[in-house]
Write a protein that binds this ligand. Sequence first.
Ligand SMILES: Nc1ncnc2c1ncn2[C@@H]1O[C@H](COP(=O)(O)OP(=O)(O)OP(=O)(O)O)[C@@H](O)[C@H]1O
Ligand SMILES: [Mg+2]
Ligand SMILES: [Mg+2]
Length: 675
Amino acid sequence: MAHSCTRFIHRRGPSTRTQAVSKRGKRPAIQRRPQARVPGTIPVSRLHPVLASQPGPCPAPGHFPVGPAHERPMGSSQEEGLPCQPSQPDHDAGGHCGPDLEGAGRASATPGPPGLLTSHPPADSDDTNASGPPAALLEGLLLGGGKPSPPSPRPGPFFYVGGNNGAAIISSYCKSKGWQRIQDSRRGDYMLKWCEVKSRDSYGSFREGEQLLYQLPNNKLLTTKIGLLSTLRGRAWAMSKASKASGGTQARLGKDAAAPTLEDLPWTSPGHLRPQRVLRMEEFFPETYRLDLKHEREAFFTLFDETQIWICKPTASNQGKGIFLLRNREEVAALQAKTRSVEDDPIHQKTPFRGPQARVVQRYIQNPLLLDGRKFDVRSYLLIACTTPYMIFFSHGYARLTLSLYDPHSSDLSGHLTNQFMQKKSPLYMLLKEDTVWSMEHLNRYINNTFWKARGLPKDWVFTTLTKRMQQIMAHCFLAAKAKLECKLGYFDLIGCDFLIDDNFKVWLLEMNSNPALHTNCKVLKEVIPGVVIETLDLALETFQKSLRGQKMLPLLSQHRFVLLHNGEADVWPRLGGSCSLRRRLPPPTRQAKSSGPPTLRAPDQPGARRSAPPPLAPQRPQLPGPSPDPDSAHEGEPQALGKEQSGTGDRHPDQEPSPGTATEERKKPENARP
Ligand SMILES: Nc1ncnc2c1ncn2[C@@H]1O[C@H](COP(=O)(O)OP(=O)(O)OP(=O)(O)O)[C@@H](O)[C@H]1O
Ligand SMILES: [Mg+2]
Ligand SMILES: [Mg+2]
């Protein structure tokens, strides 16, 4: 039963303790009456009470012992354990890493207890390392007042934050719940781990259903340039196949039979209502070619002419590093020569992520919409709050403008690349930085004032048409990756999505970023970022707890700024590529559940809609006939070794599982040098 007071979940290892979880909303007592033990299971209360508890009362915070003697300062070389690698950190606002906490004006949506964190938090290094104001300030903002509670009778729960990106906000959030920060990334007794960099160790030791871990291990399916391109192509290919196979219906592929998605809604594009059922990739993603695939780069070199500018980007870099424009035959010839010179180089075959071929070339949007003559792009957020079931959200972010006026013929990249990192290079940045980041309200006002009448736009175009379009595009991308993302209860992710608007008000997705910048070095960022981070954590926690307890997800107490894009309660899950271990650990279906028909028929908003897939696991993804003619399908998600390209795997089905590898290839830093 979904609302059973006592629930058990199976545990991988032998259970030595059994404890019953207390009634909903109550924190389990330290000494409680043991419940009847179900062999091979462990009660939810075996988890730390905070994770097992309802969204609601936080544990009573108090004074916690200072961390263990082996604590290391943040940012040490051992961070995230070994080996480790950056997972495309997106420090767009890079440089300043001390969030100004006055922006954190929103209270945690997860109701807290009357007890407050002590105004004398335990001395740990994160607050000083993060170079922000004392964490207690944000904690006070989060919790809003109250009396300190007596010291916690047991240590923890523990949390770990790796790196500085948003660390003070995350740390303050966790401490406001009474959690205790640890500095040793190798410790396995954490309740929440938020890492800027992904490490194989983190995923290997992750205890599903017991811990929260930031970043999906294979988010590269969306967050590298090649990964996103391949994922979108896979979906396009599957859609066209399904359409042909079923005489036009798209129901079989990529779409859940149970519930309409955002993609089913009609959209305004560009500026006018034009009903369309499903997006086509070319409508929102600029034409792109992979340089890691020989036939694609040759195709690009052949098609290039000087009537169109192209932009060349490393697959897994950020901050505009390694980006250059291709405007004339000489530049393209230089790129061609560079890729040819390494084509047969065994070193580059082994390390494709370092080579000049680990890139894409993309049609450059030459006619961007300008704000006071300056180019801009929009950063929005895709939140994967939960993967079992999927709970996917959208949130607004902000607009990023260049300092200089846009000139398509200028060779100065700072007028072409809207990244804050690029703008910071200008001596004018310190003077004008506040004008390089606009709030969405500011953008909306500007577009209302400047274009609304002149261009016949709907009023508040930003909050109507643009918002819906971004949501639709994000939903499309998520659905494209949905069946391939690694799902475990406790994984969550926040992905930064960059959109460009052209002067026809057409919305283009430029890329998606793992580990989006959470710095707050501008006024607008102070207003936006803490709210995004706090609600991310709130939603991750609430959906985790509800999933663990088999409760219906909606309504979500934590949901405020985020908009639900996809509620996976109606999906069949655990799913392919997902958590087999969780499936084993779930209790067998109740009689009621068994008799209620196929899971897909269960309304998602009914209690108990969360369900394990019936044995045998119903296929989540359609079985597609035949090999893919799509040449990109050879290397789903990420460029593999060049040797693979040549080894005849090019007919791999695009809907096949990509290589589960995460750490090895991502450990390799992309090359940032211009050819
Ligand atoms: N196809 C394009 N057309 C026009 N401008 C583009 C295009 N692609 C990228 N840009 C510009 O270049 C900037 C950097 O590109 P992109 O975001 O893809 O790279 P990045 O290095 O991953 O940057 P970051 O992760 O810091 O946002 C964009 O913010 C945008 O201003
Ligand atoms: Mg990026
Ligand atoms: Mg970007």
